[in-house]
Design a protein around this ligand. Structure first.
Ligand code: PMP
Length: 286
């Protein structure tokens, strides 16, 4: 079955899904995106992802190119046309096509919208989580506005490739004070010796992950305590457990940081419980 993408009002075969060379997303990374899980053919936490999209767009002053309800229809239609049962839907909005110039284009310039959907085998993710992942740490060299989900992901790309070359799956960014901010495409968590979950406050240095928010609710249901505070690499190395969260990973245990085992070097019970209960709390609109 051929894949279909939505590009600026049209559903087109994936191979023909192209944007103009002067799209500002292409030239300036002048755009934002969202990735939403698809489970059983339905989007997971669509409402929260759309809320964050609106926030990201507002922060960089791109107008929402169509009403949210219409955007929801496009997302669902892209999922449907690609016959995705389990996988992900990707949405990107840029400031549109205009002659290359740093200043914003004419306000009438329509924002560009691209939506793609892709199937993913849930069993593969489960196999990764069952093993746990290795991560490395790298200096956080990103700009301050990482709260905006922009398509400008070069530091994240370089960090994740460095992780892969080191035999790891994710890189944790570390700020100047030695505190972990977040992963290249995930939020970072540890479990302390007395069983508390610790993750960095979303007020600075990180993207407020939708999965991070939902995992906090899962933690509450499981009567686990969550502490939003900064933690250092040293504290993480001595933690009982560590894990990462994202729409594509849910909660995935971290078993090695910079080559050192965390806890007993195996996925821990807290991360496993959070993962198992994630979809009982996440919103799935049917
Ligand atoms: N931080 C970064 C830098 C990310 O790219 C992502 C994934 N989009 C996350 C955190 C996790 O966010 P979410 O749970 O909304 O997928």
């Amino acid at each position: 079955m051929s894949r279909i993408a939505y590009v600026n009002g049209l559903y087109v075969p994936h191979a023909e899904a192209v944007v103009h060379v002067e799209d500002r997303g292409y030239q300036f990374a002048d755009g934002v995106y969202e990735v939403c899980e698809v489970r059983g053919g339905h989007m997971v936490d669509e409402r929260r992802h759309m809320e964050r999209l609106v926030r990201s767009l507002n922060e960089i002053r791109i107008r929402l190119p169509m009403p949210l309800a219409a955007l929801g229809v496009v997302l669902r239609e892209t999922v449907r046309r690609n016959r995705v049962r389990n996988g992900f839907v990707y949405l990107q909005v840029t400031r549109g096509v205009a002659r290359r110039d740093h200043y914003f284009p004419d306000p009438e310039t329509p924002p560009s919208i691209v939506v793609t959907a892709r199937a993913a085998d849930p069993a593969k993710g489960e196999a990764v989580a069952a093993q746990g992942i290795a991560i490395i740490t790298v200096p956080d060299n990103r700009w301050e506005r990482v709260d905006i989900k922009t398509v400008g992901l070069l530091p994240n790309v370089l960090a994740k490739e460095a992780a892969r070359q080191a035999g790891a799956r994710e890189a944790w960014f570390v700020d100047r004070d030695g505190n972990v901010t977040e992963g290249g495409s995930t939020n970072a968590w540890i479990v302390t010796g007395d069983g508390k979950l610790v993750t960095r406050p979303a007020e600075s240095g990180i993207l407020r992950g939708i999965t991070r928010t939902v995992i906090m609710e899962v933690a509450e249901k499981l009567q686990l305590r969550v502490e939003e505070r900064a933690f250092t690499v040293k504290e993480a190395l001595g933690a009982r457990e560590a894990f990462v969260t994202s729409a594509t990973n849910f909660a995935t245990p971290v078993v090695r940081i910079d080559g050192q085992s965390i806890g007993d070097g195996k996925p821990g019970p807290v991360a496993r419980a959070l993962r198992e209960n994630f979809h009982k709390v996440a919103e799935i609109a049917r």
